[in-house]
Design a protein. Structure first.
Length: 507
């Protein structure tokens, strides 16, 4: 068999193994964790019991038929995201294959397959798993367009047409999936402009891209009023958070942790001494820190490149800046950063000599293995995730017909417990039930919640005076409620992770 054919077959089987690994990591754990707040909300949006004014409805509409499958609600709701997660790994491999030799493209595919952030996005009933796939598809089509233009001495419409169509379709679908697609497309346009200024693109090449952007923009016009409404709300909420110290801190940590996941979420960041308590954590931290050097090597190599590839590190910087104009301090908003980081890291490894490349690959294997151990032992989000399912089982088993279950918790906490608990919940505030379902709803601030908790304490004391047995569901700012309880006697207290606490009082 010719050597070239052997090489193709080798890559084919390696790619099959890569997709198999991706599938196992994304599907094996779909139903073990209960829904967290946003997922419970998304489930009800899919059922049209609530609406989501923060994102378009395309993902929810596609996801709705999956909810009728004969599995648990958690598995049904997350299946679509898991499917997109596996496809994303394949697309990232194809992106890498356009800029790296085959075996190093497989390494990049492996990095994306085991990346805990990408796995988490694939295991949530949220639009981000689908969005990750779409963004990866847009990056693939953009790289193919630029590569063909460079190889042919200019963009030839006939040969580039399929990739232009793919770019347009991914842009249109992305806009109807999540508003993050808007700043992403804007940053990508700036990347195209950079290649023009550097001389790796010609002005005539951009005319087809500008036409593509025009088509994408026109397709979004029916939804523009909803987007502008959402933008006005977001601008009011984010104006005080732009470039604040907390966001900068998270951004710096994310640069470090993007090698293999969200290391920056670890408790040891606040208390480094905990490293000494766990060898896996220590190895993970050290290997990830060394991989940063490989990333920097790849970044410098690409920025010096005279080809279109110099746009990749520029895109990475722009995507980081995009982070400050989307939902601050949320790792889900950094999808383009994750993809670009993995690609640049792959370039960094290949630019070293043979034995150093071997060390780099070994570090990737060690760091990735440690990241997976961490991911499956400390699931996120959120850190120390609340087990709403088990809390609901406790209430179902213990609450008697005349007992009262009082929910002194936030809107989404109430929604999530109401999703799992079959009995009646008494909310601390009637507007809790209006969450994203009524024009009367407004997003509450941290200060507002603390004030509402003071009112919740007054309402709870009245309930305790008039009922023999009361179960109190406590969430964020529960300390205010607990300190203000003056009636009844506490007999039990159950903790279910994060801020979720259930206390039983008798009168």
């Amino acid at each position: 068999m010719p050597t070239s054919l052997k090489t193709i077959n080798s890559y084919r089987w390696s790619l099959i193994l890569l997709i198999l690994l991706s599938t196992i990591l994304r599907f094996s754990d779909l139903g073990s964790k209960c829904f967290w707040r946003d997922e419970a909300f998304s489930y009800e949006v899919c059922l049209e019991q609530r609406y989501d004014d923060s994102t378009p409805m395309l993902f929810y509409n596609i996801c709705k038929p999956f909810l009728n499958l004969p599995f648990s609600p958690e598995v049904n709701g997350r299946l679509l995201s898991a499917l997109f997660g596996v496809l994303t790994v394949w697309i990232i491999f194809l992106i890498a294959r356009n800029i790296l030799p085959g075996k190093y493209a497989l390494l990049v595919g492996f990095l994306s397959a085991v990346n805990p952030v990408l796995i988490q996005l694939s295991q949530e009933l949220r639009a981000y798993g689908m969005l990750t796939f779409i963004i990866a598809l847009s990056i693939l089509s953009a790289i193919r367009i630029k590569k063909m233009a460079e190889e042919e001495g200019g963009l030839v419409l006939k040969s580039a047409f399929p990739w232009l169509v793919l770019f347009i379709i991914s842009g249109m679908i992305g806009l109807y999936t999540h508003y993050i697609m808007i700043p992403f497309l804007f940053c990508l346009l700036l990347v195209f402009a950079f290649t023009l200024l550097k001389g790796s693109s010609k002005p005539k090449d951009l005319k087809y891209l500008l036409l593509s952007y025009l088509i994408i923009a026109v397709s979004f016009m029916p939804h523009i009023s909803k987007f502008l409404y959402r933008l006005s709300i977001h601008a009011a909420q984010a104006k005080d958070g732009l470039l604040n110290p907390f966001s900068v801190k998270v951004l710096v940590k994310s640069f470090w942790g993007m090698n293999l996941g969200y290391i920056f979420k670890f408790a040891w960041i606040k208390n480094p001494s905990t490293l000494a308590d766990n060898l896996v954590y220590a190895v993970l931290l050290i290997s990830a820190s060394i991989l940063i050097l490989l990333f920097i090597k790849g970044f410098v190599h690409l920025i010096k490149s005279k080809s279109y590839l110099s746009a990749l590190p520029i895109g990475y910087i722009l995507f980081l800046l995009m982070y400050f104009i989307t939902e601050l301090s949320d790792y889900r908003q950094m999808i383009p950063v994750i993809i670009a980081h993995i690609l640049i890291l792959g370039v960094g490894i290949i630019t070293f000599t043979k034995w150093k490349r071997f060390v780099g690959v070994l570090l990737v294997v060690i760091a990735s293995g440690g990241a997976l151990i961490w991911y499956y032992s400390l699931p996120y989000p959120p850190f120390h995730q609340a087990d709403w399912r088990k809390a609901a089982e406790y209430l179902d088993e213990n609450v008697k017909p005349k007992d009262v279950v009082f929910a002194a918790c936030s809107d989404l906490d109430y929604l999530t417990m109401d999703f799992y608990y079959d009995g009646e919940l008494v909310p601390f505030d009637d507007k809790v039930k209006l969450y994203h379902t009524s024009p009367e709803h407004t997003k509450r601030t941290n200060t507002t919640y603390r004030k509402l908790m003071e009112k919740a304490a007054d309402k709870l004391n009245l309930i305790l005076q008039n009922n023999h047995c009361v179960y109190v569901l406590l969430g964020e700012h529960s300390d205010i409620v607990i300190k203000s309880i003056t009636s009844g006697q506490q007999v039990t207290s159950k903790y279910y992770g994060e801020n979720l606490l259930i206390q039983k009082y008798v009168n």
